[in-house]
Design a protein. Structure first.
Ligand code: SF4
Length: 461
């Protein structure tokens, strides 16, 4: 780390890349200039984004944007591809415990219309398939399966059901009707244990009746047998325990990165790169070993910047706790342009950030982790964690970013905002961010500006 942190647009990164190369930059096989993702991959949205200028950020972006190539290469090399849907962070831990399997989330196609600025026409094609804008952007997954232009067709498709939103349930069923066989596994809606009912602690300060943990464990047992059949090797306790141990290595690194960046006096890494880094937790961007290398580089960069007192966002920026991932990545830049910084986040998969217990039978440990999914329980549980994290990170404001069409909880934002206001007394707003938010930038900007002005005014009281 020998240059000051700066935000660069794509042209700025063209020059920066040449400079790094002149200075002997060493890159992995998926490395290269960011520009090529626009020229070859048609990821036009990159032209509207501001990126961190570090080699660690370059590696992160290249890693993210080469996932489909990686999956196709793995298939060509004889590996089996597992499409895991909806659970965000459970089945991939099992799949990567077995040799020769690569797991990915077809759900991730929801960012394709954003990155390609809708030039892929996935949303329009979804509409032609009967899944219109009353569904959330995850509907992009449906035509992506059909046209085969993005990810390879999985050898095995696994999807959770039960405590699952209507959008995903309907889209996955449509997928099955189109001939894509799905192995369904059930996760019940997490409920508080009744009096005298045997209880299990879950990661994230949660608890569930033992009967629910037993149910998820037996469902995951079925999934494990199918994965073992695909890999030609039984997924036994030793293999799974090792897979959990490595998943926890990823989670520990992410925990250290989040702590370093969010708790620092000013932000050593930008919000956008942090969002992408957090997403690596759910399925390791289809390469578990490389995820660890990418995270180590980001952590080293953040720590070096903190030591040197060099920051991407200054200490006066308003400390913002952000709820839900944004369909348009540009929104994370906007937050910082208008004077905010992220001090904490809940991108809907906090259970994939918490450590999986290593002192329990591995499948039970994974069942407990799956049941801690914030989307499988009451919004009040999620809100309580958000309140705790806001307190710990001294958040000044909360932004709940709404996902257009999302049915997971029609009143989610209202419940979380009410809890934040009641327990912390800090301002909280709800914003809707579509896959390409250009037309809404003035309105989004005004609301964020007003929020930050309110927070600054409260500092002087
Ligand atoms: S409705 Fe919500 S939980 Fe369901 S797929 Fe869409 S964003 Fe995800």
């Amino acid at each position: 780390m020998n240059v000051a942190p700066r935000k660069l647009d794509l042209s700025g990164w063209d020059d920066r890349y040449e400079e790094l190369q002149r200075n002997g930059l060493r890159e992995p096989a998926y490395g290269g200039p960011l520009r090529r993702h626009v020229v070859r991959g048609k990821d036009y949205r990159l032209e509207q984004l501001q990126f961190d200028n570090s080699p660690a950020a370059l590696r992160l972006w290249n890693f993210l944007l080469t996932e489909n190539e990686r999956l196709h290469r793995a298939r060509a090399g004889g590996e089996k591809i597992v499409g895991t849907m909806k659970d965000l962070g459970t089945v991939p831990v099992m799949a990567y415990s077995l040799p020769g399997l690569r797991a990915f989330y077809p759900d991730g196609a929801w960012w394709t219309p954003c990155l390609m600025e809708c030039s892929d026409r996935l949303l329009q094609q979804a509409e032609a398939m009967g899944v219109d804008a009353s569904f959330c952007p995850v509907r992009a997954m449906l035509p992506a399966f059909e046209n085969g232009e993005h990810f390879p067709k999985p050898d095995l498709l696994v999807c959770s059901t039960g405590a699952v939103c209507d959008d995903f349930s309907a889209i996955a069923q449509r997928l099955e009707h189109l001939g894509h066989a799905i192995l369904w596994w059930e996760i019940p809606r997490r409920r508080p244990p009744a009096a005298a009912e045997p209880v299990c602690d879950l990661p994230g300060n949660l608890a569930a009746p033992k009967i629910q943990v037993d149910c998820v464990q037996s469902e995951l047992q079925r999934v494990g047998e199918a994965l073992g059949g695909l890999a030609g090797e039984t997924l036994d306790d030793d293999l799974l325990a090792n897979g959990i141990r490595i998943a926890n290595q990823v989670r520990r690194r992410l925990g250290a990165l989040r702590k370093s960046v969010y708790a620092a006096p000013a932000a050593p890494l930008p919000a956008l790169e942090m969002l992408v880094a957090e997403m690596l937790a759910i399925h390791f961007c289809s390469d578990r070993a490389e995820t660890i290398v990418v995270l180590d580089a980001l952590l080293a960069e953040a720590q070096a910047r903190i030591r040197l007192g060099r920051f991407s966002v200054n200490a006066q920026a308003v400390r913002t706790y952000w709820v839900n991932p944004v369909a348009d990545l540009r929104a994370m830049n906007l937050l910082e342009e208008l004077g905010g910084r992220i001090c904490g986040s809940d991108f809907m998969f906090s259970h994939a950030l918490d450590l999986i217990p290593e002192n329990l039978p591995p499948l039970e440990a994974l069942a407990r982790s799956a049941l801690a999914d914030p989307m499988a329980g009451p919004t009040a549980d999620r809100g309580a964690r958000i309140v705790r994290e806001c307190q710990a990170s001294r958040a000044e404001v909360v932004v709940v970013s709404r996902i257009p069409g999302a049915s997971h909880c029609a009143r989610e934002g209202e419940i979380i905002r009410a809890m934040v206001r009641l327990r912390l007394g800090i301002p909280a707003i709800e914003l809707e961010i579509p896959p390409v938010c250009d037309a809404l930038l003035p309105a989004l900007g005004s609301r964020l500006q007003a929020l930050f002005e309110t927070a600054r005014a409260r500092r002087t009281k």
